[in-house]
Design a protein around this ligand. Structure first.
Ligand code: ADP
Length: 468
């Protein structure tokens, strides 16, 4: 596998969780797996050994080298690409809010290093590339190494984790990337006058996957294809959605170290304690514990659907509910939630920032969890919520639609404030008047299994199908 981030080495989002968990799950099934990653500044080399010095990386006119370090973790070999001019920086992709100007070369270097590792250190049958940062690998492979015996029979899989990030650069970058001008074609890398690396991955990979079956269908429609829906429709025979898994080692109320009391489907008493603690932490009154608490943990980005909240803020303010909100991101949404907290500090507990411990406490202490995402390739928080008996209320899109059903949560469509309010109302009604049904739904939700073993089996099947 080749990717730009993986826990525990580097993380900005869900991609890192996948790369941290899927390879070990595949290894546990008996696959031999190696992962090629950049060695960013924050990645320590403790315990790693240098297995290749000065591996050449020739990118267009540029001549570079990388040292490759290797270490074993959970049955997987990780190869860290140490090329300081590209990766020894403060951020992964940007600094101070601005993308690094040379991201196209930085991740072209990662792709070349991936091919170098495949040539010299680890001979794969399948090279599995993730997101636009690794999308040039299938392009280089077919462009330059089609007749190279090293790569005979090697198949590529390309996984899209979010269509919203495509790696779009000016046309002149083709030359800098060492790619011929004729690739600037509508059916290849060209995209509205620029080049689009994600598109390259989709065109050149032998098989394309994304992170839920519903998202695989949605990205073939104009509403969710971000301009690539036509191409994805053309590739539909080689496109499938495989749901991400959850790391239940970290996210289970039975053994979560971050929460004040553990609990399980057969004994939910601890959840009451978690709720009381959460109310205290968020500065919300604890005198009426029967009032439902609705949790939110999210990047505050347009994708996540918070535009639906402002138009109905008046309703939310006047209902007998409390909300525990954790998130950071775009200013407009930070302002919205701060304004709600200022207006009704007894109802809205808001924490702006990134705080993993609090995320766990919200999952455990809330009664319901709100995810109005406009689109959601897979989504993790709803799966955590199910496991914590915190019933999700979600827009029926992507992975949210695939993981929640009428016996475990409350879904709405279309994407509108009214539809969201309708689902909220339904949830609040069941919570208030039909405690038996609520309890049954909690137990059902907590018993659902979205573990990585299931996803890894699906990837294994795909690899073996491709490898023949
Ligand atoms: P995305 O990758 O689009 O952000 P996911 O639901 O797939 O959405 O994954 C988000 C992950 O990041 C979850 O593990 C979630 O708990 C975590 N997360 C998001 N925002 C915060 C925050 N402000 N504090 C702590 N954890 C957060």
């Amino acid at each position: 596998m080749v990717a730009s981030e993986a826990t525990p080495f580097s993380k900005t989002g869900g991609l890192a969780d996948v790369l941290g968990a899927l390879p070990p799950a595949l290894a546990a099934r008996g696959e031999e797996v190696a992962v090629v990653l950049p060695r960013y500044r924050m990645v320590p080399l403790d315990g790693a050994r240098c297995v290749r010095e000065n591996m050449p990386l020739w990118i267009g006119p540029g001549r570079y080298t990388a040292d490759i370090y290797s270490l074993e973790r959970k049955g997987v070999t990780y190869y860290l690409v140490d090329a300081p001019e590209f990766f020894d920086r403060d951020g992964l992709y940007s600094s101070g809010g601005a993308d690094y100007w040379d991201n196209f070369t930085r991740f072209a270097a990662l792709c070349h290093a991936g091919l170098g590792v495949a040539r010299h250190l680890f001979r794969p049958n399948i090279i599995h590339c993730h997101d636009w940062q690794a999308a040039l690998l299938p392009v280089y492979l077919k462009q330059y190494f089609a007749n190279d015996p090293t790569f005979t029979g090697v198949k590529t899989v390309f996984t899209i984790h979010n269509m919203g990030y495509q790696g779009i650069f000016g046309k002149d970058r083709l030359w800098w990337l060492g790619l011929p001008e004729w690739l600037f074609r509508e059916d290849l890398l060209e995209f509205y006058g620029n080049i689009n690396l994600l598109k390259g991955g989709i065109v050149y990979a032998d098989y394309v996957t994304t992170v839920s079956p519903t998202y695989a269908r949605e990205i073939q429609t104009p509403g969710h294809g971000f301009g690539l829906d036509g191409l994805l429709r053309a590739r539909t025979a080689h496109l499938r959605g495989i749901l991400n898994g959850v790391d239940y080692h970290d996210w289970s109320p039975e053994r979560d170290h971050y929460i004040t009391a553990n609990y399980s489907a057969s004994d939910l008493r601890g959840k009451e304690q978690c709720k009381m603690e959460l109310l205290g932490i968020m500065g919300l009154p604890t005198d009426r514990p029967e009032v439902p608490v609705i949790g939110i943990v999210s990047r505050l980005a347009a994708q996540k659907g918070f535009d639906l909240i402002a138009p109905v803020a008046y309703d939310l303010v006047n209902w007998d509910i409390k909300m525990a909100i954790l998130g950071s991101g775009e200013q407009q949404y930070e302002r919205l939630f701060r304004a709600l907290a200022d207006a009704r500090p007894d109802k809205f507990g808001v924490y702006i920032g990134f705080n993993n411990r609090l995320a766990h406490k919200i999952e455990a202490g809330a009664d319901m969890f709100l995810m109005p995402s406009y689109y959601e390739p897979c989504g993790l928080n709803q799966m955590y919520s199910l496991r914590y008996g915190t019933l999700p209320i979600a827009h029926a899109t992507g992975g949210l639609d695939d993981t929640i059903d009428g016996s475990t949560g409350f879904k709405f469509r279309p994407y509108s404030s009214d539809a969201m309010l309708g689902a909220l109302r339904e949830a609040l009604t069941v919570y208030a008047v039909d405690r038996d049904r609520w309890r049954k739904m909690q137990v059902e939700a907590m018993r659902r299994d979205f573990s990585w073993a299931v996803s890894a089996a699906a990837y294994s099947d795909l690899y073996h199908m491709l490898a023949g």
